[in-house]
Design a protein around this ligand. Structure first.
Ligand SMILES: Cc1cc2nc3c(=O)[nH]c(=O)nc-3n(C[C@H](O)[C@H](O)[C@H](O)COP(=O)(O)OP(=O)(O)OC[C@H]3O[C@@H](n4cnc5c(N)ncnc54)[C@H](O)[C@@H]3O)c2cc1C
Length: 336
C-alpha cells in the first residue's frame, strides 16, 4: 500500500473539488485491506473512496481516505447459459462493460459509461435505462471495519433498493468491499423498456447486439451529460422523489405534463430533473456552480467552484422545488 500525507483530492473526485486529505491510503492488493483497517482506519475518521464520481467533498478531510485500486476479472463458473465473474473492487466499471461485450455476456450493457469502480456499483445499486446492477450481482465480499472480519453477502442480504443497499444503511461507511460477483447471461437478451434507447436503435437501423446497445447508450448519455473530464460533476445530484398517488393527482391539475412512473413500493416516482427544470433551474448558474444546460438534475462545477458554491446551488434548488411542488428533494450524492 502507498500512504500520502496532506494529499490533494482534486484528481480523485469528478466534481473537481480542490480539497485535501490528512492521509491518503492507496490499497494495491486485497490482502492489504485488513492491515489498513487495523493500522489506519480504526484510529481516525476515514472514508472509502472509489472513483469519486458519487462523492462531493465539502471540506478538507481530517482523517484517512482509503482508496482500493486492485483490479482483476476472474471467471469462477460457467454453464450452458450463464457465467459467474468475480471482479475486484478497484476495476473500473467500464472495463467490466468492455469485458462483457468482448465475451458476449448479457445483463449490464445498459449500464455502459457510468463512471466509477466496480466496488462502488452495489453501494448505490447503480442503474440506467431500465437496468439496475442488483439484477446481476450474485454476492459481495468485503471486510467489516468495526470488527475487521471478512464477510460475504448474498444478493438478498445486500438489501438492494432504488439507489440504495445495505451499504448505504446498516453498513454505511463501515465496510470495504473487495470483490463483487456477477452472474451474466450467455443467452442473447436485452432490456429495451427505455423508449429513448429503442428509438435510438431504430433510428440508426442497427441490429440488436451488445455492441450496438452499448454504443447507443453511450451516445444518448453523451448528448445529455457533461463529461466530468471537461465539466466537473457528480451525475444525478438528487434522487427522483416518490410521492403518494393523491399528491401526484393534485400536482397533475396544475402541471399536466408531469413525468411519473409507478414506484415499486407504491406511489409515483417523479422526475427530479423535470421538477428542477420547472422551478427555473435548468442551465442556471450561481458563481462558478450551477446546473447543466441539457439536464437540470446534474449540478456542475463550471470551473474553480468551491464546495460552498455547489451546496448553495443545491440548497436553492431544494427550496424552490419545495415551494413550487411541496416536495423535498433528497441528495443522491455522498457529501463528505
Ligand atoms: C457523469 C456521471 C454520470 C453518472 N451516471 C450514473 C447513472 O447513470 N446511474 C447511476 O446509478 N449512477 C451514475 N453516476 C454516479 C456514479 O458514477 C455511481 O454511483 C458510481 O457507482 C460511483 O462509483 P465511484 O467508484 O466513483 O464511487 P465513489 O464516489 O468513490 O463512492 C461512492 C460510494 O461508495 C462507497 N465506496 C466506494 N468504494 C467502496 C468500496 N470498495 N467498499 C465500500 N464502499 C465503497 C463510498 O464510500 C461512497 O459511499 C454518474 C456519475 C457521473 C459523474
Amino acid at each position: 500500500m502507498k500512504l500520502f500525507e496532506n494529499h490533494n483530492l482534486k484528481p480523485y473526485n469528478t466534481f473537481g473539488m480542490e480539497v485535501y486529505a490528512g492521509q491518503f491510503l492507496q490499497l494495491e492488493k486485497p490482502d492489504e485491506v485488513s492491515v489498513a483497517i487495523e493500522e489506519y482506519l480504526r484510529q481516525q475518521p476515514y472514508y472509502i473512496l472509489g472513483g469519486g464520481s458519487n462523492t462531493l467533498f465539502t471540506r478538507d478531510f481530517d482523517g484517512v481516505i482509503a482508496h482500493p485500486v486492485f483490479e482483476g476479472i476472474e471467471k469462477e463458473e460457467e454453464t450452458a447459459d450463464r457465467i459467474v465473474l468475480r471482479v475486484a473492487a478497484g476495476e473500473p466499471w467500464e472495463n467490466l462493460i468492455q469485458y462483457c461485450i468482448k465475451h458476449e455476456l448479457y445483463g449490464i450493457e445498459n449500464l455502459t459509461a457510468i463512471p466509477g469502480l466496480v466496488g462502488s456499483a452495489p453501494v448505490q445499486n447503480i442503474g440506467a435505462y431500465g437496468v439496475e446492477v442488483k439484477d446481476t450481482v450474485l454476492k459481495v465480499e468485503g471486510f467489516a471495519i468495526a470488527s475487521g472480519k471478512p464477510f460475504v453477502l448474498s444478493n438478498a442480504e445486500c438489501q438492494f433498493g432504488y439507489r440504495n443497499s445495505v451499504f448505504k444503511q446498516q453498513l454505511k461507511n463501515d465496510c470495504i468491499i473487495t470483490y463483487v460477483w456477477f452472474q451474466l447471461s450467455k443467452r442473447k437478451q436485452f432490456t429495451l423498456s427505455y423508449q429513448g434507447l429503442t428509438k435510438a436503435l431504430q433510428e440508426r437501423e442497427l441490429p440488436l447486439s451488445l455492441r450496438n446497445v452499448s454504443d447507443c447508450v453511450r451516445k444518448i448519455r453523451d448528448s445529455k451529460l457533461p463529461d466530468p473530464k471537461i465539466v466537473g460533476n457528480g451525475g444525478s445530484f438528487f434522487k427522483n422523489p416518490v410521492v403518494p398517488i393523491e399528491q401526484y393527482q393534485e400536482l397533475l391539475v396544475q402541471y399536466p405534463d408531469l413525468v411519473a412512473y409507478d414506484a415499486i413500493d407504491g406511489g409515483k416516482k417523479l422526475s427530479a430533473g423535470q421538477l428542477i427544470e420547472k422551478a427555473g433551474w435548468k442551465g442556471k448558474r450561481l458563481g462558478n456552480a450551477g446546473t447543466w444546460k441539457n439536464q437540470a438534475l446534474v449540478l456542475v462545477n463550471y470551473g474553480g467552484a468551491t464546495p460552498k458554491e455547489v451546496l448553495e446551488v443545491a440548497k436553492n434548488i431544494i427550496q424552490d422545488v419545495n415551494k413550487m411542488f411541496d416536495i423535498t428533494l433528497e441528495m443522491e450524492i455522498n457529501r463528505i
